[in-house]
Design a protein around this ligand. Structure first.
Ligand SMILES: Cc1cc2nc3c(=O)[nH]c(=O)nc-3n(C[C@H](O)[C@H](O)[C@H](O)COP(=O)(O)O)c2cc1C
Length: 320
């Protein structure tokens, strides 16, 4: 029997952590609207700034409908983890999401105050390692995701993970409407991880031209390449061109773009996922979440009609 998620949310979703995009306004608006608002620690240049952001977010979301989450890099080469764990112990994020390393170093600190630890993973191998560390949840980043994308189909990913894990499963990658959320839940996930859908939110820190490009582009405008950061990621083609690169030039395929160009990855080269099609305007988070909730209700009703045209519940039909 799987444990129910301990928070009653408006939508079973995270507003996923995004570098240079997720700040206190986006996190607080997400939590107020009833989805989990998350931000990555590297969005703050110093741990002093992170401490201030975190205190602000904890205070602003104290009466919110959904909890907030802090995303930490746990790779051994990341020098700030010790200081960031002190900030975690002080402000007690209800959920800590680890990325780019083992979740082990954070588990005791977060468990000590009753928080949940989720590990961001892009493969079954990494998912198994995270489960062995004792995490409460997995964030499975599948193909179609913005940022550093996964390669697996979300359906294959959830199905494989459910073979060995009955904790909380979050799935991300190209989910940008209520039908996608319904599909993820039907496939066995507890929650979804949505970044791209909130990129152009009014409260996001993304620069205006980035938001405009997100609204103007669709999934065909993405370049999936390891050339920018050394790791597979999903980039907006027009932003690469604006930085002077030809994304189709074979010679560039394996080069690190930033080596020969002053343009900064993430700041000038913009990332998004395949859910772009659903972002058609710059809107407040609350409007986006309300629309997603209506779409989810429609999708559930449609699903029930399509699997049960005579009105008999599926379980009744299967066990009759
Ligand atoms: C612009 C951008 C920046 C991102 N930065 C981070 C980050 O700093 N840390 C992280 O764990 N994930 C990051 N992500 C990935 C998201 O947290 C999430 O996995 C992804 O957006 C989900 O897929 P979707 O964009 O298709 O919804 C980023 C995504 C985008 C679009």
């Amino acid at each position: 029997m799987r444990k129910p998620f301990p928070y009653a949310l408006q939508l079973p979703a995270f507003c996923a952590p995004m570098f240079l995009v997720s700040g206190p306004d986006l996190v607080a608006a997400a939590c107020d609207a009833g989805v989990i608002g998350a931000y990555p620690a590297p969005n703050c240049r110093t741990t002093t700034e992170l401490d201030a952001w975190t205190a602000d977010i904890a205070q602003r979301t104290a009466g919110s409908r959904a909890p907030w989450a802090l995303n930490l890099i746990t790779h051994s080469t990341y020098g700030r983890l010790k200081d960031e764990l002190e900030i975690v112990a002080r402000h007690k994020p209800p959920i800590v999401i680890t990325a780019l390393g083992s979740p082990k170093p954070v588990i005791n600190t977060v468990r000590a105050y009753g928080g949940l630890v989720f590990a961001d993973v892009v493969s079954i191998k990494l998912a198994k390692k995270a489960v062995e560390s004792g995490v409460d949840g997995l964030v499975c980043v599948a193909a179609g995701a913005g940022g550093h994308t996964g390669r697996l189909s979300p359906f294959a990913f959830i199905s494989a993970v459910r073979e060995f894990f009955d904790g909380f499963v979050v799935i991300g990658g190209g989910i940008a409407d209520g039908a996608g959320i319904a599909g993820a839940l039907a496939a066995g996930a507890d929650l979804v991880y949505m970044g791209t859908r909130f990129l152009a939110a009014r409260e996001s820190l993304a620069q205006q031209p980035f938001k405009d490009m997100v609204v103007a582009c669709g999934p065909d405008d993405l370049v999936i390449s390891a050339a920018v950061t050394g790791t597979l990621a999903s980039w907006l083609r027009p932003s690469l061109i604006a930085c002077g690169f030809d994304p189709d030039a074979p010679a560039l395929a394996e080069r690190n773009y930033s080596v020969e160009n002053p343009a900064k990855k993430w700041r000038d080269m913009w990332s998004a996922g395949q859910g772009l099609q659903k972002v058609t305007a710059i809107e407040p988070v609350a409007t986006i979440v309300d629309r997603l909730a209506c779409e989810l209700a429609d999708a559930v009703a449609r699903f029930q009609r399509s699997v049960s045209p005579t009105g008999i519940r599926v379980r009744d039909a299967a066990t009759a």
